[in-house]
Write a protein that binds this ligand. Sequence first.
Ligand SMILES: [Zn+2]
Length: 153
Amino acid sequence: MKNNSDYIINYQALKLGHTFYNYDVNDDFMHDYNPDFIALKDLSMHISIDLLKEETSAQLFINLTGSYYVECDRCLHDLKIDVSEDNYLIFREGNGEDDETITYISPNTNFINLQPFIYDFIALSIPMRHVHDDEANCDQEMIKKLKEYLIEE
Ligand SMILES: [Zn+2]
């Protein structure tokens, strides 16, 4: 587990061109940022970041590869989610409306903390609907119980 400070980059000190960052994060990373976060467990994620510093901005190409477990919407048992995705961020000097991609920063910005951005990418990687591919892979006891319950309703 890394210290929180490991996610803080020294923007002013960055040389123009590419700088690479690699992180391995687990559940502690998510809980550390948001103690109420319970949407996933057994997180094992590798984050590789290729930061391209330009005169007045930094572009970040971010790859997430790993897995975690969520609760199956159908049977409430563990469901493994494999993640392999690329994301993109820009830190741009100046004023403007931030959006999902662009974050505006003061030209005097010294440090940028990547932790909230990594947290968001992991949280957003959870599929809206997550169920075992086939109902046959679900926990059959639980399916039976849930069906009984639904009939009683
Ligand atoms: Zn299931």
